[in-house]
Write a protein of this length. Structure first.
Length: 342
């Protein structure tokens, strides 16, 4: 089950008795727990019926005991246990002994007045374990990792709807390109933009360009755009701004290489006659991102783009081995790039 599906089910009142939330995106995990709390607990009883446990300090038996305790002044209890490393392949030394047989007995016959949530701060579960197999069969197992684009766009649109606004596909793609997979940042930026456009408003790509907090990804995108549009002074100003913020030159170089690989791939596929939608599927990016890459590649030939990528690889090696001054290397690269763009 993915993030969008589980949040939709919760909002529709379809609540599972046991959840396993695993992955590196703590923001997404907290979002699911918050949705569960809002839909199964009332404000008057939340203090009595919402308990959290640290499984490095408390045995799973204590968690199950809390889950089997009848609600007080309410109909449901929410029990959240953090640090369930025993469901992954991680070798963790617990201060307490966990009775996994007791957990399996509970999962097989959970009480109907409690919702148990096990949080695993690991990228993968160990599916060889009997307890994991049982949880996948009887509970709701949700991965909270970086969202692929086909899940991220619905997630962003749902957040926009919750804030009383709409967001275009193009704005979603641009927001993802600039903010990456930082879910907390994406949520914060979405809230800011929703406030700016107002209720029933629409967040567009122009809104994103206008309001998004400065990121190195955005500035590198703008740097490339200035170069391909032959705006040399703006390109140098953007580079200066990046360096003034103490952005690591090697990271800037890495992001430049990533953008030019995208441009090269888009131009190559366009030359073969593929549509932007077909290209987006082959490249694993949004069609709007393909459109921008195609636009940025118009001033270069495929041969020139291949030369740029070779040059970036050579610069990366020379910077990492201390053969070139980092600032000077980037400035010379921009100058050489503007000569290629025609």
């Amino acid at each position: 089950m993915n993030i969008t599906e589980v949040n939709t089910q919760i909002k529709q009142g379809h609540i599972a008795p046991v959840y396993v939330l695993y992955g590196s995106q703590r923001f997404l995990i907290d979002e699911i727990i918050r949705n569960l709390s809002e839909h199964i607990l009332d404000e008057a009883s939340v203090d009595f019926n919402y308990e959290t446990f640290d499984l490095e300090e408390h045995p799973i038996q204590s968690v199950l005991e809390a889950a089997e305790t009848l609600p007080f002044m309410g109909e449901k209890r929410l029990i959240v246990a953090y640090g369930a490393h025993f469901l992954s392949g991680a070798k963790e030394k617990y201060k307490v002994e966990h009775d996994l047989e007791a957990l399996m007995r509970y999962v097989s016959h959970p009480v109907d007045y409690s919702v148990l949530v096990l949080v695993v701060p690991q990228e993968k579960l160990d599916e060889r374990k009997k307890v994991v197999k049982l949880l996948k069969k009887e509970g709701a197992v949700v991965q909270a990792g970086s969202l692929p684009l086909d899940q991220l766009v619905p997630w962003l649109k749902q957040r926009a709807a919750d804030l009383g606004v709409q967001i275009t596909d193009e704005a979603c793609a641009l927001l993802h390109q600039f903010a990456g997979d930082h879910m907390q940042m994406l949520a914060n930026e979405m809230a800011k933009m929703a406030s700016y456009v107002g209720k029933q408003g629409v967040i567009t790509e122009e809104t994103v360009h206008q309001l998004i907090a400065k990121t190195v990804e955005q500035d590198v995108f703008n740097l490339v755009d200035h170069v391909v549009q032959l705006r040399v002074s703006q390109a140098f100003a953007t580079l200066e701004e990046l360096l003034r913020r103490n952005e690591e030159p090697i990271k800037i170089l890495f992001l430049l290489a990533r953008q030019f690989r995208l441009i090269y791939r888009a131009k190559d596929l366009a030359k073969q006659g593929y549509s932007e939608r077909q290209m987006s599927q082959m490249m694993g990016v949004h069609p709007y991102v393909c459109k921008l890459a195609v636009r940025q590649g118009r001033r270069f030939s495929l041969k020139q783009l291949a030369e740029v990528l070779d040059q970036l690889a050579e610069l990366d090696f020379k910077l990492k081995t201390g053969q070139l001054d980092k600032r000077l290397a980037l400035e010379l690269f921009i100058l050489q790039l503007t000569k290629k763009a025609v």
